[in-house]
Design a protein around this ligand. Structure first.
Ligand SMILES: CC(C)(COP(=O)(O)OP(=O)(O)OC[C@H]1O[C@@H](n2cnc3c(N)ncnc32)[C@H](O)[C@@H]1OP(=O)(O)O)[C@@H](O)C(=O)NCCC(=O)NCCS
Length: 181
C-alpha cells in the first residue's frame, strides 16, 4: 500500500496533482491546507503514489473537536458534549475511488485518536458528512452513526429518492469504544 505521510509547511502543494471531484475539497487542499497548518488548526495526512511524482491519492485533515448529543442520545445521560477527533476534511482523488483508500485515511484518524486518548479525553471520531450518497454511504459502511438518527435517516431516504437535502452536511460519529474495549 502507498505510504501515508504528513504534510508540512514546505510541502510543494502547487506541484501536486489531486482531484476528488469535489471543488470545495480540492480548493482547501490547494489554497488553504498550508495556512491551516501554520495556524495549527489541523494536521493533514496524505497518501501518494509510490513514485517520484506528487500524485496525491487522498488526504485527511484532523483536529480537536466536540460532538453535541441530544439528551436521549447522550451516553449514560451524563454528558451531552463529548470530546473527540474531528475529521475536518477527507477526500480521495476520483481515479482512486472505491479501492479502500478512504478506509486507509479513516484508519489513520482512528490510530491518532487512540494514541491521544491515552493522554487526553477523546471518545469519538466526528465528521460533518456531506449530504450526498457517496459520502454518507462511505461513513455508514465504516460504522459511523448519525448524532441525530431521525434526521439522518430522512436525509438518506431523500438522497435515495433523488432529492436534494436542504442541509449540506450531517454530523456523524464513530465510537472508539467499539474497537478499544
Ligand atoms: C467519500 C470518499 C472519500 C470515499 O473514498 P473511497 O476511497 O472511494 O472509499 P473506500 O473505497 O474506502 O470505500 C468505498 C465505500 O464508500 C461508499 N461509496 C463510495 N462511492 C460511492 C458512490 N458513488 N455511491 C455510493 N456509495 C459510495 C460505499 O459504501 C463504498 O463501498 P462499496 O464500494 O463496497 O460499495 C470519496 O468518494 C471522495 O473523496 N468523495 C468526494 C469528497 C467527499 O465527499 N468526501 C467526504 C466529505 S465528508
Amino acid at each position: 500500500m502507498p505510504k501515508l505521510q504528513k504534510i508540512n509547511v514546505n510541502f510543494p502543494i502547487a506541484e501536486a496533482s489531486f482531484d476528488s471531484g469535489n471543488p470545495e475539497l480540492n480548493d482547501f487542499f490547494y489554497n488553504d491546507a498550508i495556512d491551516y497548518l501554520k495556524e495549527s488548526y489541523d494536521q493533514i495526512y496524505f497518501i501518494k503514489e509510490n513514485n517520484n511524482s506528487i500524485i496525491i491519492i487522498g488526504y485527511i485533515a484532523i483536529s480537536c473537536g466536540v460532538v453535541e448529543f441530544s439528551e436521549e442520545m447522550a451516553i449514560k445521560k451524563k454528558l451531552q458534549s463529548i470530546p473527540g477527533l474531528l475529521v475536518g476534511r477527507l477526500a480521495v482523488d476520483r481515479k482512486f475511488h472505491r479501492q479502500g483508500f478512504g478506509l486507509d485515511l479513516i484508519k489513520k484518524a482512528v490510530n491518532v485518536a487512540k494514541k491521544i486518548s491515552i493522554d487526553v479525553g477523546c471518545r469519538f471520531l466526528i465528521v460533518d458528512a456531506k449530504t450526498n450518497l457517496k459520502s454518507i454511504n462511505f461513513y455508514l459502511k465504516y460504522k459511523f452513526k448519525f448524532t441525530k438518527p431521525i434526521l439522518g435517516e430522512k436525509i438518506l431516504e431523500e438522497l435515495k429518492n433523488g432529492a436534494k437535502p436542504k442541509k449540506r452536511t450531517i454530523k456523524m460519529f464513530f465510537d472508539l469504544h467499539q474497537i478499544m474495549k
